[in-house]
Write a protein that binds this ligand. Structure first.
Ligand code: A2R
Ligand code: GDD
Length: 319
């Protein structure tokens, strides 16, 4: 297996696991983008095993330079502002990073006359408001985003489809549903809860866990299954197509909390924090990824209980 792979957003949660996965395969030259002030904790163990390029996706010149330097035959476009609540505080920044950043990437590929396969990391947040008769959600469902983040991802998705149609660029759009696991940013729900539990166990905070909307339902996968799916998407998926990637199971956030609490011996009270409620939350996400499974043969392998246990242990080692 040889080739030159460029990962944008390589220092992030998914990027760090994708690097782990690609390094196991051997003969691949990996380029990862970072920003000058990026936190390198997620990739510390692999820091010297790949080539790093400083790039800000909002700066078209730096994107062009990164492409020119790396000349990839595969691109995984992961760089984004990924935390949904931030998008109400900084909608313009989130849109610029996620949507205009994608235009910068695709334009640079075009202007340099490169011909890589490009995976665009879309999101189940694009579906937003989903009606009960639309579950499980297929790729053709209407997109009714409920956050500026969701809007930015719809714009990214549509730009990618347009670049495929206009220029025949080798683009595949994945819409992953929620995914978690070790190294997940501490603001995301499973990490947020796990970190609080680990801090309580270590006696660093009172035995009260602060939570937001526990009624929301999400379709969770393990990040290690997701990066395997991303790799497969560039091997086997049809160009210009959109693919859901998910577990096809939905759980309430309350049940996720209960599962995590059951993994701890400490008695913990639950308290809702109004600051953690969103102006409009996506209430129900459950995907249908039969299109992706049929095309690639992918199946998720890691049970959710294992994912949560690994995440909780990740935080226990760190607090
Ligand atoms: O914030 P940093 O410096 O650690 O870098 C993050 C990077 N990133 C950017 N890179 C270049 N220019 C920017 N303006 C910029 N803003 C953010 O994107 C980090 O390396 C990565 C995001 O990592 P996470 O927040 O951990 O997200 P995750 O879960 O890895 O999401 C990957 C993709 C995203 O497109 C999400 O929207 C989608 O999956 O769900
Ligand atoms: N973060 C957080 N903290 N969320 C909470 C909490 C809490 O204490 N309590 C309840 N929630 C609820 C949120 O309101 C939301 O309904 C759900 O838990 C999941 O929140 P997040 O983990 O922040 O993820 P997300 O679904 O908003 O977005 C993630 O998944 C998308 C894929 O669908 C992000 O990774 C996005 O970047 C990604 O595109």
């Amino acid at each position: 297996m040889s080739g030159r792979v460029l990962i944008t957003g390589a220092t992030g949660f998914v990027g760090s696991h994708l690097i782990d996965y690609l390094l196991q395969m051997g003969d691949i030259v990996i380029f990862g983008t970072k920003r000058r002030r990026s936190d390198m904790a997620n990739v510390q163990h692999n820091k010297n095993k790949i080539s790093w390029i400083d790039m800000d996706i909002t700066d078209s010149y730096s994107v062009y330079s990164a492409l020119k330097f790396s000349e990839p035959d595969k691109i995984f476009h992961l760089a984004a502002q990924s935390f949904v609540p931030m998008s109400w505080n900084a909608p313009q920044e989130v849109f610029t990073t996620n949507a205009i950043g994608t235009v910068n990437l695709l334009e640079s590929v075009r202007q340099l006359d490169l011909d890589p396969k490009i995976q665009i990391a879309g999101s189940s947040e694009e579906y937003g408001l989903v009606k009960s008769d639309e579950v499980p959600i297929i790729e053709d469902n209407l997109l009714r985003p409920l956050s500026p983040y969701g809007v930015s991802k719809v714009a990214q998705d549509l730009f990618a489809q347009q670049y495929y149609k206009s220029y025949g660029m080798k683009i595949i759009i994945t819409r992953a549903f929620n995914h978690t696991g070790p190294r997940r940013g501490e603001v995301f729900v499973c990490s947020d809860f796990s970190k609080q539990i680990a801090e309580i166990e270590a006696g660093q905070r009172e035995p009260i866990i602060h939570v937001g909307n526990l009624n929301a339902q999400r379709d969770f996968s393990d990040v290690r299954d997701i990066v395997r799916a991303y790799w497969l998407s560039l091997q086997k998926c049809k160009l210009g197509e959109v693919y859901n990637i998910c577990s096809e199971k939905s759980r309430t956030i309350r049940s996720v909390l209960d599962l995590l609490l059951s993994m701890s011996k400490v008695n913990i009270q639950v308290r809702q924090d109004p600051k953690k409620m969103r102006p409009s939350d996506v209430e129900m996400l459950q995907g249908d990824c039969s299109k992706f499974k049929k095309q690639t043969g992918w199946e998720p392998e890691i049970p959710f209980e294992q994912t949560l246990e690994d995440l909780l242990n990740f935080w226990r080692e760190r607090v």
